[in-house]
Design a protein around this ligand. Structure first.
Ligand SMILES: [Zn+2]
Ligand SMILES: [Zn+2]
Length: 336
């Protein structure tokens, strides 16, 4: 019996593989997405749960608001409980009551990792009461941190900016702002200059000078493009349209803004500290965002939010209405 020659019949496979820029450059851009756990205003409906979103970035999960029933939404939509932080916009019941049950469930699952809860003025009193409700004790450390507009919470690759909102209560919004990225590395140019693939590429990409095996000293000047902006994702919480939201959303890749009412309920929106769909769209337009997602939808538009969508798109065409379980990817503006 003859042994099959593994190379026979596909003599060019290896050569083609080496020539393929995708195999040379293994870089994958970090994923950033947002999943809507609840999109209803004030009360849950059959179709929509109350407020909550999960932002996922490079395997990390951040929750923003946690209305009643959000833990089941997390299970349903595959979000998982491996998060470390929840950011609350304010303490109306539809935005925070879910934290009690969620933390209890995590305790029953033998959670040991700490959780930090962030919220505006009143955090210690209100979130403290919520997590200590009942007779069980939390089995893992829970820290509560009060934040205020202007705070910036530093993380390795991004910041969480806290900004002012206007909602007849102590409220804030949050923006996830990625750090500026390295410029684009040009692998073709590197090979052209005879710089072997490997650690030299990484060092040059980071802006360092390197000494090649042949003694040449090269720098990043011709090989790395200008620094590129990171992504900006903004969560308004409940608010009237407000200049601070426009400023926090300036150039954002994605703005998630509440749109509780349609234009025929403008007066009610003013009285209750909410926005109409067209007002939210105006914020997106003024801020020059790339895309707008409307959430916190009044039960009146529970099944059919076409009217809200039409009103918003007349002002800002790149608008969608969130629904429970919807995930929106946030790609880089330049693709990678
Ligand atoms: Zn609300
Ligand atoms: Zn509210």
């Amino acid at each position: 019996m003859r042994h099959p020659d593994p190379k026979r019949g596909r003599p060019f496979r290896g050569a083609q593989g080496n020539a393929d820029p995708l195999t040379r450059c293994q870089y994958l851009p970090p994923m950033l997405s947002i999943t809507f756990l609840g999109t209803s205003a004030a009360t849950p409906t059959i179709e929509r749960n109350v407020a909550g979103v999960a932002v996922q970035r490079k395997g990390e999960t951040l929750l923003f608001d946690c209305g009643e029933g959000n833990q089941r939404q997390m299970m349903r939509y595959g979000v998982g409980f491996a998060f470390r932080e929840i950011f609350f916009s304010h303490y109306h019941a539809d935005h925070f009551l879910g934290v009690t049950g969620l933390l209890r469930t995590m305790g029953l699952q033998d959670r040991t990792l700490p959780v930090t809860l962030y919220g505006p003025k009143g955090a210690q009193r209100i979130l403290g009461a919520a997590i200590n409700l009942g007779i069980e004790r939390n089995k893992f450390p829970v820290e509560i941190v009060e934040v205020k507009p202007g705070d910036r919470l530093a993380r390795d690759e991004y910041e969480i900016e806290v900004f002012e909102t206007e909602h007849r209560a102590d409220t804030v919004g949050y923006a996830l702002v990625e750090h500026i990225r390295l410029g684009r590395f040009n692998p073709d140019k590197a090979l052209e200059l005879g710089i072997p693939e490997g650690p030299f590429w990484g060092q040059l990409h980071k802006g360092q000078m390197v000494t090649l095996p042949d003694g040449r000293i090269v720098g990043p000047a011709d090989l790395v493009g200008p620094p590129r902006p990171g992504r900006r994702l903004v969560y308004s919480g409940d608010t009237r349209p407000h200049l601070s939201v426009v400023e926090a959303s300036r150039g954002a890749d994605l703005l998630v803004h509440e749109a509780t009412f349609g234009g025929d309920e403008m007066e009610r929106a003013r009285e209750t500290g909410h926005s109409t769909a067209a007002e939210a769209a105006r914020v997106a337009l003024d801020a020059g965002v790339r895309r707008l997602v409307l959430t916190h939808i009044s039960s009146r538009y529970n099944r059919d939010a076409a009217e809200l969508l039409a009103e918003a798109r007349a002002v800002f065409p790149e608008t969608v209405i969130a629904r429970d379980g919807m995930t929106v990817e946030v790609p880089y503006v330049d693709g990678d």
